[in-house]
Ligand binder design. Structure first.
Ligand code: G6P
Length: 500
């Protein structure tokens, strides 16, 4: 039961994430619009939430917004307010300048500031209190991503009656890296407030479990972790989740498993089959001067995505004369992201300098080497781009999953197109028929790009069919169903077949 005097809500399933599925946008005339927010998380969870009668707790993407809860597109939206200082310290600071680079194998150096940590604690407390107040007795709360790792523990203290899941959308680093974090034990303890902690790859779950052993010396067996609890707490928890350890103390069993996230595959295929979108794809190719080969990169402008490595490889292929701008062009969509964080400003400068140099050196009046677009686009336009592109380049240096790779595959109902995919993206565990690359190996990357360009039609079809099968069989609804059913009954056979 909930603790006495704690307010309870009415929703049986509550998702908590830093960002709501919609951002609040105020137009110049002062009117307000709620617009679909950027990033893979929203794409992944929106269909899940439309099906469930649940609520979504999160931030509207602007400072000091105090909007009341409302319905949007059949989803109940419960906004959490962040002040300008919270945004600077909790979001831009600790989430995106400490945790993000640390969890992506320190590709950029993480910054450690005690004020940022204190803000992270305060804001996590606020999210937890909000979630606690809207969730029904014995309800389920599903907490999302690295911005909210303390929420499970706070929530469990406020509401021991709840079933709590957590899913980490980004990688979880090896202990040698994670241990840099001055607040490493607090983060682990925060996460262990959940009943089920989900990760993208088996390796991430393993890294987490090892961190638990190293830092807290708790017993682990496979994916199960025994978390010692006291008697008072044990009485409030579902009996099936409590047991007595070999040493005779009471423990709560927490599971850490991998559930590779996916997309709403069918909706991408449906868009790709639309005649207007196919016409748009043709128009895009014509606009590019109908080159023999169109290559495509689509990323948030983020240093984890390996955009520089991709540009270097393409630039060298042009310099070598292995490809020419008449034959091969690269479209690079780099959607604006976290623009107030210094590392992102620096990355933008580097990328734009490189694009400018390559275009200056190799473009002709009629053919541009790289069409660079620092913009975000609606889903329809993205699918047209996917259809228009012969080669999709996903060269992340580290990526939790990379849903763009799956979106490309889902859109190619014609069984054509070649996916070049970094082995450092979570998607590589599943999409084994892609051309897997190590983006740090520029020569290897160049060879793979040439192989993609020159691949025969029958080989392309064979590979794309295999990729499409995986993305069709494992779509996002299967992902969320697997997570939620494992959360309800961790002993049940996982319906989501594990990837090695
Ligand atoms: C990644 C993260 C998400 C995040 C998204 C966009 O996909 O896993 O949690 O929402 O990037 O980043 P932003 O900082 O704009 O929310």
């Amino acid at each position: 039961a909930p603790r006495p005097n704690t307010p309870v809500g009415t929703y049986d399933l509550v998702v908590v994430s830093n960002r709501l599925p919609v951002d609040k946008v105020t137009r110049p005339d002062g009117s307000v619009e709620w617009r679909t927010s950027p990033g893979g998380l929203v794409t992944a969870l929106e269909p899940v939430m439309k099906q469930a009668d649940g609520a979504w707790v999160g931030w509207a993407g602007v400072a000091d917004d105090e909007s009341e809860p409302f319905e949007h597109d059949d989803i109940s939206i419960v906004p959490v307010t962040l002040s300008a200082a919270d945004i600077e310290e909790y979001y831009e600071g600790f989430s995106n300048d400490t945790l993000w680079p640390l969890y992506h194998d320190v590709i950029a150096p993480p910054t450690y500031h005690r004020e940022w940590w204190e803000s992270y604690v305060r804001v996590n407390q606020r999210f937890a209190e909000k979630a606690a107040s809207v969730t029904a007795t014995d309800g389920t709360v599903w907490v999302q991503d690295y911005q909210l790792q303390l929420v499970p523990k706070i929530l469990r203290e406020l509401r021991p009656d709840l079933t709590i899941g957590f899913f980490n959308h980004i990688p979880f680093p090896a202990y040698g890296i994670f241990s840099q974090l001055p607040w490493r034990a607090q983060i682990i303890e925060g996460l262990l407030g959940a009943d089920l902690i989900g990760f993208q790859r088996a390796a991430d779950a393993g890294n987490f479990t090892r961190a638990v052993r190293r830092l807290l010396s708790f017993t682990t067996k496979g994916t199960a972790i025994d978390v010692p609890i006291d008697e008072e707490i044990s009485e409030a928890i579902e009996p099936a989740r409590v047991s007595t350890s070999r040493r005779g103390s009471l423990v709560r069993t927490v599971h850490a498993r991998h559930f590779p996230i996916s997309i709403d595959t069918q909706s991408f295929e449906d868009l790709a089959r639309r005649p207007d979108i196919q016409a748009r794809a043709k128009e895009i190719r014509a606009g590019l001067g109908n080159p023999k080969v169109v290559m495509l990169g689509v990323d948030r402008l983020d240093y984890t995505k390996g955009i520089g490595h991709r540009l270097k490889a393409f630039g060298e292929l042009l310099a070598d004369g292995a490809v020419t701008v008449e034959d091969v062009t690269l479209v690079q969509v780099a959607s604006p992201s976290r623009e107030r964080v210094a590392a992102y400003q620096q990355l933008r400068d580097e990328v734009e300098l490189t694009v400018g140099r390559i275009n200056g050196d190799y473009s002709s009046i009629s053919h541009t080497a790289i069409s660079y677009l620092h913009q975000g686009y609606p889903r329809e336009e993205m699918v047209a781009l996917y259809l228009a592109s012969d080669v999709m380049l996903v060269t992340a240096l580290r990526d939790g999953m990379n849903l763009v790779a799956k979106e490309y595959v889902a859109s190619r109902f014609d069984d054509d197109g070649v996916l070049v995919l970094s082995e450092f993206a979570g998607a590589a565990d599943e999409l084994k028929s892609a051309l897997l690359v190590n983006p740090h190996d520029i020569d290897g990357l160049k060879e793979s790009i040439l192989e993609a360009i020159q691949m025969t039609k029958s080989e392309r079809t064979k590979r794309m069919r295999a990729l499409r099968k995986r993305v069709r069989d494992y779509d996002v609804s299967r992902w969320s169903t697997a997570f939620l059913s494992t959360l309800t009954d961790p002993s049940g056979t996982p319906s989501y077949v594990a990837t090695k």
